[in-house]
Every structure is written in structure tokens, then in C-alpha cells.
Design a protein around this ligand. Sequence first.
Ligand SMILES: [Zn+2]
Length: 518
Amino acid sequence: MIKKLLLIFVFICSLQGFTQEEYLGDGPHAQLIIRGVMLINGDGSPPRGPMDIVVENNRITKMQIVGYPGVKINEKRRPKLKEGGKELDANGMYLLPGFIDMHGHIGGAAQGASPEYVFKLWMAHGITTVRQPSGINALHLKRQSAENKIVAPRIFEYTGFGSGSEKAISTQKEARAWVRKNAKNGADGVKFFGAEPEIMAAAIAENKKLGLRSTAHHAQLSVARWNVLHSARAGMTSMEHWYGLPEALFEDRTVQNYPLDYNYQNEQHRFEEAGKLWAQAAKPYSKHWNKVLDELLRLDFTLDPTFNIYEASRDLQRARRAEWHELYTMPKLWEFYQPSKISHGSYWHFWGTEQEVQWKKNYQLWMTFVNEYKNRGGRVTVGTDSGFIYQLYGFAYPRELELLREAGFHPLEVIRAATLNGAEALGWDDQIGSVQIGKLADFVIVEENPLVNLKVLYGTGAIKLTKDNKVVRVGGVKYTIKDGIIYDAKRLLAEVKKMVDAEKAKTNWKLKQPGVKN
Ligand SMILES: [Zn+2]
């Protein structure tokens, strides 16, 4: 019966494929008025509403409070719709600045994740801007997105250092030449993984001279001689994940306490030992810990922790059984996540209680640093790094917000990290990152209050009981607005499901848990 239904469904989908035109949202409109929202801004200010927001030619021109809670709105006082304008009834809904994902790889062949699949998952979760820190060459996609010819967030491309060059960069001269070429190609910055110290210094300095920004995943191979502090002092503007930070905090050692039979090529070794790393660093609030934190602050360095991408290390089952996998994870991506000695981030050789407990402690120390960095005025952003370690594009974003909340951020601080902080880190805070007159029209609209429960931002929504004891799902982003174009977020998710179902139908594929025969 289920098989029959599936066949009918696949048939309907394929029919729709012929009859439906590509969905590119609603707009742009000469004038757009969004009516009656509760504004949750990205600047740390408290929610206020009801408000009407007017957009003209993709710029916010008016933000008008139109009443008081529980009092009937005086319609005469509301901004007037011009001829040819568009009105969006969002009464009682919550409006936030478009979300910024500072660490988004635009899929890849190994994961079976096409740019279209990735973009739709992001847009369905309110992500209107993404920084790609290395990955597929996305300069053409960046252009198409800027022209709104495709459904995609605006893209900032931070090219992987050395990518595209025929041989490995081994001199300062080559490093500077690569950086100049990268800027000329139209990239927005550089992402480093680590290199010889003199190469790092030359490349970062040249990149800074050109006015571009930079970040790094400080890979374990280079951190003994070049950690986060070296990067920040050399002029790097941000860091990814956390590697290189405990190393800057070492007091009683200069290298991580590697077991003597360790092999970096063995990813269980790599991730298991990483889980013990924060415990080897200076204690929170100790003299050295404070000194490192304050120096990074003075250098205006941005932390992009990407907490979510390591979460399977502290709770593998949670990440593996996330409810969206059945509906929205591509078969090939699911296979990529499975235990493997080859696939990156699939280090489940024998991952158990001991490793998870270590990682839980690792998180506490890491989160303490990140939260205190924020408390002292440091910039922390939201990045996801999906496509690895059971983390799915789009869905990982609310999870990252929840983990910042767990680290100690007030929900309004979480939203600021997701919006204005990202914009500042990109050098685009005069254009995006908060709802402000003169800025571009990038918004997220949701029917539930995300400050009360961040889970309402998941595409699958949050579970709620009604007054008469019925189980319902609430939330999921309602509209994502980018460049003043309104996208029905649920429609985008449905399109993703259709793509996934079509892939599954090709081989009658079913999602199986690792090692289970059925
Ligand atoms: Zn990454």
C-alpha cells in the first residue's frame, strides 16, 4: 500500500515538474508594505510592535509603530499603499533581519548536494546571506544570486588559500601573488587552513592591504607554530570552529597531549583527542586565559564557533536520528555521513560513552570562553558548516542558535549574533544585519515568537499541545524576504522534499541506520 502511494506521489511530482514554472518568489515590488509585525531587531533592542515596515526599491524607507498591544489599530495612521505596491499581511507575526550563516559550504559532489538543494534549505530557514569559507567555485552563483536569477542567499566567497593554483604555495612571493589573483577574481576574502608561518604572515598581510577579510580553520598540523593569536596579530579578521584557540591558551605545554600511537589520518584519533583539548588549556578566568581573551578583543577578532558541527561528538544518537533526515536528507549525503575511514567527519570507528563524556566537558570550557568573549564586547557570529557529521543545511542553523543560548547568550544576543554581528564581520553592516531605514530588505517572518522557543525556526517546526490536547506543529519560517522578494519558506521546503524523493525513487532507496540489516 505504502509503495503504491509512493508511486502515485512520484507520478504527481513528475507531472508537476512539467507543468510548474520555476518558483522565484514574489517580487521585487516598487513598494512593499509589511503590516502589523512584532519587530525583533538584530541590534539588541527589545521586541516592539505592531509595526508596519515600508520598503521601496529594496530599501527600508519607513518603520512605523501603528498601535499598542491589545488595542485596535487605527487604520488611518498606517502607511498608505502606492499604486502597484504590494501589501503583506503579517499581523501578529514576528519579523527579524535576514539570517547570516558565516560558515556555509555550497554542497559538493561527494555529498550529492547540489547548490539548488543547499540554497533552498538555507532560504527555507531564513538565511539570506551566506559566507562560503572555501568549497566549490561560487563566483558565478554569487552573481546569479545578486541578480536574483536563482533562489539563493547573497554569497560572500572566502576562497580556500592556494586553491586553483597548480602547485603548492611554498614562497612568500607565491603567496602574495595568489592573494592578489584571488582579489582580482572577485572573491571577498580568504580562508586559511594553516601553512608555514612566513607564508601565513605574507598572505594575511597582502590580503589585508587589498582590503579583503580572512578567516581560518587552524588545522592541527600547523597550530604548534601558528595559533589563533598569531593569525589575529597578523591581521586576520575572524576564526572558524575553535582549533588554535586552546593552543593559544596553553600554559604548561606547547603541543596537545597526543597519545604516542596517534595518526592524524585516523579521524577517530583526530576527533577523540580534540575532545580532550580544552582541558589542557589555561583554566577559565585564570591570568593567561584573561590575557589571551583580552588581546583578541583588542584586535577586534571575530569568533565563528560553529558549535553545532561537533555536536555528534557529544551526542551521536541525537545528530544521527534528527527527525528531518527522513524527509530532507539526500541519499548520497546520508551515505556520506555513515561511519567510514575515508569520508571526512565520519569518525565513528567505535564512538562511545567515554568519547561523548569528554566532549561534553570540552563544550563547557569552550562555551565559557565564547560567552565571556561576548560579555566583554567581542563579536561572535553564527556559522553552521553543514554537509558533514550528520548536520543538514538550513536545519543546523536553529541548532547553532540553541547552542549559543546554551553557552549563556540571551535570546536577543543570539539573534544579534545571527544578524548584525555577521554583517559587521563581513563589512556589510551598513547594508544588512538589522532592520533600519536605508538598509536592504532582507527579513525573516515567523508566526511564533522565536525568543520564547528557538525551535520554532526549524523547518519541521516545534511540537505543541492545543488547549483540547491535540498535538500540532507550530512555526517553521513563514516568509523569507531577500532583496524585497518574498519567498514562501514552506514551499521551498516542499521543493527540497520533491528533489529528495526523486533521488530516492531512482533506486527505491530507504534510509537505514548504520550497521542495521533490513
Ligand atoms: Zn567548513
